[in-house]
Design a protein around this ligand. Structure first.
Ligand code: COA
Length: 260
């Protein structure tokens, strides 16, 4: 499938999704959100893909937020619908994807851009990256999960300050806060993501998908994370990956996971 606002590349078992609206600093308009949904859905089904990197085109921005020009004249009802649809279609969808999704934050990650990076399973940033939730400076609040995921990642007090001040933090500060796992140069950003993915893809893809579900469950009010872990743990025992992983260990050889 071809997209107007995205570039999709595949390198071995890794897919790289690049949001490609550099003239608008990769701001998320309706079309981009729809295309991201389709792209993630396709890649999740694609058996040749084991992990996904999400990044922005150009050297300046990951994503500079939701496209302000699209919602500046919205009514209360339209605003509510925008947030509800976006959360379901993209942000929750990415978080629940069964394959690892890493955000390669290569510049500004603001508003919906930071919310998208936070919906990914973890984040790696280049040292020029700047992150923030500036929504209150526009008279609105984060609507794509930012008020929930930022406190989960950095703690309530830091999240409150970031949201209330609408300010930006540097990549180094984001690492100190635990918002990004690693910071590197712009040149090394993608190689570092690939290096981390090469460690991930040595492991059982089926077990990883169960782990994603169990970890996410702990952040939901409707599910008990410990119960979810028990279910997911049990389910692993019925997989070929489990048979191969344990057999390989006992036979003192490297596992060759079938991915089923
Ligand atoms: N929505 C729509 N367009 C955006 C955008 C957004 N969130 N962020 C940037 N753009 C557009 C600008 O309007 C400009 O378009 P133009 O050249 O057609 O005028 C283009 O991207 C380049 O941005 P510009 O502001 O000129 O770059 P800059 O280097 O001077 O500033 C930022 C960079 C990120 C500080 C600034 O673009 C900004 O504050 N963006 C909005 C961030 C925001 O509030 N996001 C949350 C939205 S809820």
């Amino acid at each position: 499938m071809s997209y107007e606002t995205l570039l999709i590349e595949k390198e071995d078992a890794t897919a790289i999704v690049t949001i490609n609206r550099p003239n608008k600093l990769n701001a998320l308009n309706k079309q981009t959100i729809g295309e991201l949904h389709e792209a993630f859905k396709d890649l999740n089904k694609d058996k040749s893909v084991k992990a996904i990197i999400l990044t922005g085109s150009g050297e300046k921005a990951f994503v500079a937020g939701a496209d302000i020009s699209e919602f500046s004249d919205f009514s209360e009802k339209e605003g509510k619908k925008l947030a509800a649809k976006g959360q379901k279609q993209l942000f929750n969808f990415v978080e629940e994807l069964s394959k690892p999704v890493i955000a390669a934050v290569n510049g500004f990650a603001l508003g919906g851009g930071l919310e998208l990076a936070m919906a990914c399973h973890f984040r790696v940033a280049s040292d020029n990256a700047k992150m923030g939730l500036p929504e209150v400076s526009l008279g609105v609040i984060p609507g794509y999960g930012g008020t929930q995921r930022l406190p989960q990642l950095v703690g309530k007090g830091r999240a409150m300050e970031m949201i209330m001040t609408a300010g930006m933090i540097s990549a180094a500060q984001a690492q100190d806060f635990g918002l990004v796992n690693h910071v590197t140069t712009q040149e090394e950003l993608m190689p570092l993501c690939h290096k981390i993915i090469s460690k991930i893809t040595n492991n059982s893809t089926v077990a990883i998908s169960h782990a994603i579900k169990a970890v996410n469950a702990g952040f939901k009010n409707t599910v008990n994370g410990y119960e979810q872990e028990i279910e997911a743990f049990g389910a692993c025992f019925a997989t070929d990956d489990f048979t191969e992983g344990t057999t390989a260990f006992l036979e003192k050889r490297k596992a060759a996971f079938p991915g089923s």
